[in-house]
Ligand binder design. Structure first.
Ligand code: SF4
Length: 310
């Protein structure tokens, strides 16, 4: 969206596509950009490079360090015409993160937290709804977070912290600030705060943050917690279920995120959790159903973890 705004401002025509293959009658372009977030799309990146030799490809999944800032500077204007059905506003109030989780590229790519825009700068103005998708990875890591909260409240904005807030770093002041804003889910329909519990060892810290949020007026049922599964070398089904069960008991909605997207059992666990099947049938039974079908088809894909699923 930033690249498109930059080129349109220069009088260029912009064509946007999600396809990696050149279409039959597609013209030649002066310049081609591609973006890939996830490493598991490496084969699509390779195909794209083959179809569009000379394309500038960026993103964490591209294997390239190229950034939009290097190409066009710090301009933050966005071309929303690429997404005509989208009526919210999207952007970052800050970049960077205070933490350094082993699996994450943000600290290496963005460094320490720094402010980059105000809420008013992110909103695209009337007649668009005052719905802000904040892509910040560490909203409360910026020195001026209170000023941003004040703007959000005074401006009557609804805000979706789409990348989540770090519940491990919640303080009473942060909890009070969150309780005072109209935080919403990505569709802006329901009250929702996104967060994460990725490591079992963070159990006490995680629930200390949940307690603080509840004390300030953010009920646990408003929380959706992403849980990375299959990354920790000591991961077992018991450890996964412990995290999952503790969150469900508390009213939190867990959202498992398999580290290895090719692991079918972890993907099944994700589906079982996200679709609410866990309320109807234990995972062991759900998983056994697939195993029975696989056996009948004389195929086997083995187990990732030691121990039985609960
Ligand atoms: S808190 Fe989030 S953004 Fe920061 S390093 Fe960890 S995963 Fe990355």
């Amino acid at each position: 969206m930033r690249l498109a705004a930059h080129h349109r401002a220069r009088g260029d025509q912009v064509h946007f596509t999600r396809r990696v293959r050149r279409e039959l009658f597609e013209p030649a372009y002066d310049l081609v950009y591609g973006s890939a977030i996830f490493r598991f799309s490496a084969d699509r990146v390779e195909r794209f490079r083959h179809e569009f030799p000379g394309a500038i490809v960026g993103g964490t999944g591209s294997g390239s360090d190229a950034t939009v800032e290097e190409l066009i500077g710090d301009a933050v204007e966005l071309d929303y015409s690429l997404y005509p059905a989208f009526d919210s506003s999207i952007g970052f109030t800050q970049r960077g993160c205070r933490l350094s989780c082993k699996f994450c590229v943000v600290p290496a790519k963005e460094g320490r937290p720094r402010a980059v825009a105000t809420a008013a700068e992110i909103w695209r103005g009337p007649p668009w709804p005052k719905n802000l998708h904040l892509l910040d990875n560490d909203f409360f890591g910026q020195a001026d977070w209170q000023a941003r909260i004040d703007e959000i409240r005074a401006g009557g904005f609804k805000v979706s912290f789409t990348q989540g807030i770090n519940v491990r770093a919640v303080t009473p002041a942060v909890a009070e600030a969150l309780a005072g804003v109209e935080y919403r889910c990505n569709e802006f329909r329901r009250r929702r705060l996104y967060t994460a519990w990725d490591n079992l060892k963070d159990e006490d810290t995680f629930f200390r943050g949940v307690d603080m949020l509840e004390a300030a007026g953010v009920p646990a049922r408003h929380l959706m917690a992403f849980m990375l599964i299959g990354f920790d070398k000591r991961e077992t089904w018991d450890r996964i279920h412990h995290r999952f069960d503790r969150m469900v008991e508390r009213g939190i909605k867990p959202y498992p995120m398999p580290f290895d997207q090719t692991n079918r059992d972890l993907k099944r666990f994700q589906r079982w959790a996200v679709l609410g099947i866990h309320r109807l049938v234990p995972f062991s039974e759900y998983r056994a159903g697939f195993k029975t079908k696989r056996a009948a088809a004389r195929r086997s894909d083995g187990d990732l973890f030691d121990g039985e699923a609960a």
